[in-house]
Design a protein around this ligand. Structure first.
Ligand code: UDP
Ligand code: MG
Length: 175
């Protein structure tokens, strides 16, 4: 039994969920979080992010070279909707598969009609899948994506290793 495995042999995982800019503009935050509660997972982190070019390109680095890559970067940065995404981390047994099941297939036309992408996604005339939500697809991606979008102190529970470091930097504080 590994330290993230429980007595039934299920893995306790964390997965990154993004409500993409189209999901926010369509006012779907409530619907998406409500549907994801069927997973019986817990949310251990949540924040609104204005996505930089660097963050977008690092997040989707494996898709660099695809013909839709430039449009995808514009899409996730909110150039077509609003410059925000809601980033969340869901935690619990088999979190990655459970969330992907509720999210549905990448192509909204092929997604189960009662999945989030099947219900709310669309394909634009330029061919981008505007599928309202991102969910990590495997443990390696989940770890990389959570570490890219969140610092350990922003999560109420962590399953990936952390260490202490003294960091000196300027921060904006309340006047
Ligand atoms: N995407 C697209 N066209 C494609 C494949 C992907 O527009 O033919 C977009 C879509 O928004 C998708 C994202 O690129 O969610 C990332 O693609 P990936 O294959 O990783 O799918 P996901 O893991 O999001 O299901
Ligand atoms: Mg993916």
């Amino acid at each position: 039994m590994t330290n993230t495995e429980n007595s039934e042999g299920s893995e306790v995982e964390q997965t990154l969920v993004l409500i993409k800019p189209d999901g926010l503009v369509k006012s779907l935050t409530g619907n998406i979080i409500d549907k994801l509660s069927e997973s019986e997972l817990i949310i251990v982190g949540a924040k609104v992010v204005e996505v930089s070019k660097d963050l977008a390109e690092t997040h989707y680095r494996d898709l660099k070279g695809q013909k839709f890559f430039d449009d995808l970067i514009k899409y996730i940065r909110g150039e077509y909707h609003t410059r925000r995404v809601l980033a969340m981390v869901y935690h619990g047994e088999n979190a990655i598969t459970r969330v992907r099941h509720i999210t549905g297939a990448t192509n909204p036309e092929e997604a189960n009609p009662i999945s989030l992408r099947g219900k709310y996604g669309r394909i634009t005339t330029s061919g981008v899948f505007e599928n309202v939500v991102h969910a990590s697809s495997c443990p390696e991606d989940a770890k990389r994506e959570i570490q890219l979008w969140f610092a350990p102190h922003e999560l109420s529970k962590t399953i990936h290793g952390t260490k202490k470091e003294t960091i000196t930097r300027e921060e904006v504080v309340w006047e």
